[in-house]
Design a protein around this ligand. Structure first.
Ligand code: GAP
Length: 447
């Protein structure tokens, strides 16, 4: 993980937030390449949810919601973690994570292990951030930064039935920021207090819920593997009954083998009719599906694949990170799926003279209308390749003296290092063809 964190800072993917003031615990800013990577992750999620299906529609709900939402959803009463304070070191711990936490004074020990430790009894700590709506704190209404995007979907269920002409099974998908005042955030962007979720609520006839639960387990596993995560680093883990959230009758996590061990990447839950029933009760509105032909009415059940955009981006980075040697020289390379790579192609003149920069700049201008492209003429060619390898650019296009004679360039592949000459007139089509081709991680053993 240290190597990932250092690469992310060095190459402008992720920085600690407000760093010039010493940072703010576990909040991060995405730099240029991090923005592009996360944007690509989200675009692939939208593609899988919207473009490749016709039973899901999109939503972008407000972060601030009516406070009754959180009473109905159960978050106000139950979205808590058990908190323990140490009166000696003044640190706070999650009671259920004590075994894996470090004592504030003696980090090799766990909290409570030394005679000096003085732990309080666990108490429930609500993870929702509060703020006040309106200019006067005393008379304003207390509202919450949403801890999940899902509730924005449930409160819009009626609108969607009316405008979208969908009937169950159908889904509403949303990507947006969520906020949780985590007691022990950490492990870089794995657990932060502000993060982006990619959630889809799939409304189904009650008797079809088990079938759709299985469907979404399979779909979501496939999404990760098609985008290149190594299958032996992915697994599904079903929650034990005592782990289930208050709303769920079945949940399975997609887990990835992060450097910190197997950890949740995404949760897929059967939420039953809990949310629609609760919101119907608290709002007084009917939240049910009525079949106009048969007159049948029911409250749909909900299958929810809930993923984290930051966690997914981190998993793709971890899975892609590699070190090898070219000749005698060490290189760091991100073997990202080409569709996820922040930059698809770098255009490089071999030398900064003989008209090569002008030709390369022209090729770059033509390519950037079709894909994310960079132009770089600074430094030795090997160092420029190395810079692109480090940010995961799958293709390097080099303009050399031969280009000026026969209008061909070399295309260098990041993973195989194979270089091929391609006519400039065919370059964009050829690169697009390669970007669409199926891809699997070269870190997998070849058969
Ligand atoms: N609506 C259901 C829900 O929110 P969750 O398992 O609490 O379920 C879904 O969250 C996903 O959101 C997680 O699998 C994870 O990827 C991401 N996530 C949750 N808390 C996070 C945090 N503190 N930091 C980063 N990502 C988080």
């Amino acid at each position: 993980m240290d190597k990932i964190v250092s690469l992310c800072k060095r190459r402008g993917f992720v920085f600690p937030s407000s760093e010039i003031y010493g940072g703010l615990g576990s909040t991060y800013d995405y730099g240029h390449y991090g923005v592009l990577l996360k944007q690509n992750v989200k675009a692939e999620w939208w593609r899988a949810m919207l473009q490749e299906r016709d039973d899901i529609v999109a939503l972008d709900a407000a972060i601030l919601m009516h406070p009754r939402t959180w009473e109905a959803s159960g978050h106000l009463a139950g979205f808590t973690d058990p908190l323990v304070d140490c009166r000696t070191c003044k640190q706070r711990f999650r009671a259920d994570h004590i075994e894996s936490s470090a004592c504030g004074r003696k980090p090799s020990k766990r909290p409570g292990e030394t005679p000096d430790c003085d732990l309080t009894d666990p108490r429930d700590f609500n993870l929702m951030f509060q703020t006040t709506l309106g200019p006067v704190k005393e008379s304003g209404a207390t509202v919450y930064l949403r801890p999940e995007t899902a509730q924005g979907i449930f409160v819009n269920f009626k609108n969607y039935l009316q405008f979208s002409r969908k009937k169950p099974p159908f889904g509403i998908a949303q990507i947006g920021k969520s906020f949780r005042n985590e007691i022990t955030p950490g492990n870089f962007v794995f657990r932060t207090r502000e993060f982006e979720q990619m959630e889809m609520e799939y409304f189904v006839p009650p008797d079809e819920a088990p079938k759709w639960f299985e469907h979404w387990l399979e779909q979501r596993m496939n999404w990760y593997t098609e985008l290149g995560l190594r299958p032996d680093h992915l697994r599904l883990r079903a929650h034990a009954p005592d782990e289930l959230s208050h709303y769920s009758s079945a949940t399975s996590d997609v887990e990835y083998l992060f450097p910190i061990g197997w950890s949740e990447l995404e949760g897929i839950a059967d939420r039953g009719n809990f949310d629609l029933t609760q919101h119907a009760e608290f709002s007084g509105q009917k939240l049910e599906y009525v079949d106009t032909a048969s007159g049948e009415r029911y409250v749909p059940h909900v299958i929810e694949p809930a993923a984290g955009a930051d966690r997914a981006a981190l998993a793709f980075l971890v899975d892609a990170y590699d070190e090898d040697e070219i000749g005698d020289e060490a290189r760091t390379v991100l073997r990202l799926h080409p569709r996820l790579a922040p930059v698809k192609v770098a255009v490089l003149p071999l030398v900064k003279k003989d008209g090569q920069p002008e030709v390369a700049a022209q090729i770059h201008r033509e390519l950037r209308g079709r894909m994310s492209a960079e132009y770089d003429e600074g430094g030795a060619i090997g160092r420029r390749y190395r810079r692109q390898d480090e940010i995961g650019t799958p293709f390097g296009v080099t303009v050399d003296h031969q280009t000026l004679e026969d209008h061909t360039v070399t295309v260098r592949e990041r993973d195989s290092l194979v270089q091929e000459r391609v006519p400039v007139t065919e370059l964009a089509d050829e690169l697009e063809r390669r970007l669409r081709a199926p891809w699997s991680s070269p870190k997998l053993p070849r058969v």
